[in-house]
Write a protein of this length. Structure first.
Length: 95
């Protein structure tokens, strides 16, 4: 994330956390969840290695874990997760 993007996120009141590796990302996810963050954004590139950790919060009210594309583009994980959530809520595939 570039310096300008970091400033924009902070100006919006968002906390930005950088993780150097998958283990650090896992620890950070659980720490933020324990600190009652309502929404946690995770890049798809990290999320693909953290499926078990993310699944732990799947049915919890908080935090909502939102998968977003990383700097290399989308892997389709965020879209697949959203589709699955809609199917659970509606009871059918509406696409």
């Amino acid at each position: 994330m570039g310096e300008m993007a970091l400033r924009v996120h902070r100006a919006l009141g968002l906390d930005v956390v950088f993780c150097e590796d998958i283990d650090g990302a896992r620890r950070t996810l659980h720490r933020l969840a324990g600190e009652n963050y309502a929404v946690i954004y995770v890049t798809e590139q990290l999320a693909q290695h953290m499926t078990g950790d993310i699944a732990r919060y799947k049915d919890a009210v908080m935090p909502a874990i939102i998968l977003i594309p990383g700097k290399t583009g989308s892997l389709g994980l965020g879209e697949a997760g959203l589709k699955s959530a809609v199917e659970r809520a509606v009871g059918a595939d509406i696409s």
